[in-house]
Design a protein around this ligand. Structure first.
Ligand code: NAP
Length: 313
């Protein structure tokens, strides 16, 4: 198939390209050429999503959009000659997430500004323009090699340094992640098979636990800190100890994925993901991260801040 990837050089997009090339597809990527690395075997058309002129008068059997955040550029892409369109969205489209468990029928943002609101509006625009040839995949927490958002790599790097490591909540607390390579496989499947619809794209509920995930990263001594202690220490939710939200957010790791699994989404063992992230870091992976959106990368916690946390136990 002739596949257009809108994006394709940083993290998820890079894995989408790898997967599609490995399956023998003819891949074109469209990016500005500012960030990341283009696969050597793809056609790289350079340009901004705000002006799609370089893509006019061409046909692709499908497009996978990893770089759409707002309705206008996504609607504009719908005017290209594309057979099928697969959009990478986010669980942030649900106002109820992370407070409550969600499935694909949960309400989505209908107005307002912000990341989730932009994704929801982009979905609606694409749906209106390409009904019957459009799929959206609302991704959960994406992890794996080349992760520029650096949440799981933050933990793996910290655990690789060793010593006492503050660990949030309790080891048995549930977690749900998606390896970018598994998500990429699913996205390419949807494009190949021209599947339409809306899917949550993450691991199954109860897939893993904090204990399993952090233990897989190395042999550091994990010091488990209950939510109350982290709140008392004013640890910033989600970012300061990445991926931690207090248990009162009951839906954080309860995103239903039954529909995606029925459509073919499978997830590799988390131990494999952690091993590969570790190996990516050992081989200098963090140096890639001056790249796309690195300003959002969580900062390492200082030794003083860690020590203050341990004194609370
Ligand atoms: N990380 C998570 O946990 C998570 C969770 C849920 C959903 N998501 C979604 O998953 C996707 C992740 O994408 P990724 O960053 O890994 O994708 P990627 O395709 O690997 O990288 C982003 C690409 O977009 C291109 N780009 C950015 N702005 C552009 C513009 N104005 N015009 C043309 N190209 C542009 C960048 O290249 P240039 O800068 O060189 O143009 C780069 O190739 C996003 O849609 C994100 O919202 C992520």
């Amino acid at each position: 198939m002739e596949l257009l990837v809108l994006g394709g050089t940083v993290f998820l997009g890079r894995h989408v390209v790898n997967e599609a090339v490995a399956r023998g597809h003819d891949v074109t990527i469209y990016t500005r050429g500012l960030h990341g690395a283009a696969h050597p075997d793809v056609e790289h058309v350079k340009g901004d999503r705000a002006d799609l002129t370089p893509l006019h008068n061409r046909h692709w059997d499908a497009a996978i959009d990893t770089s759409g955040f707002d309705p206008e550029p996504v609607q504009a892409s719908a005017s290209l000659d594309l057979g099928h369109y697969v959009f990478v969205s986010s669980c942030n489209v649900y106002p109820d997430w992370p407070d409550k468990p969600v499935d694909e029928d949960s309400p989505t943002w209908q107005d307002g500004e912000g990341y989730g609101q932009g994704k929801a509006a982009a979905e609606r625009a694409a749906h209106a323009a390409m009904d019957g040839r459009f799929a959206t995949v609302r991704a959960g927490l994406i992890v794996g090699p080349h992760d520029n958002v650096f949440r799981l790599p933050w933990w793996v790097s910290r655990i690789m340094r060793g010593g006492k490591v503050p660990a949030p909540g309790a080891p048995e607390r549930s977690m749900q992640i998606i390896d970018a390579r598994d998500l990429a496989r699913f996205l390419v499947d949807l494009a190949e098979q021209r599947v339409s619809g809306t899917f949550n794209g993450t691991g199954p509920i109860g897939q893993t636990s904090w204990g399993e995930l952090l233990t897989a990263a190395g042999d550091a001594e994990l010091v488990w800190l209950p939510d109350e202690k982290l709140i008392e220490a004013e640890i910033e939710e989600w970012t300061e100890l990445p991926m931690w939200l207090p248990a009162k957010y009951e839906g954080t790791w309860r995103v239903d994925t039954t529909r995606a699994q029925a459509a073919g989404l499978t997830t590799r063992p988390v131990l494999e993901t952690v091993r590969d992230v570790r190996s990516w870091l050992e081989n200098g992976g963090a140096d890639e991260l001056h790249d796309w959106r690195s300003e959002f990368r969580p900062k390492p916690m200082s030794a003083e801040r860690e020590a203050a946390l341990f004194r609370l136990v």
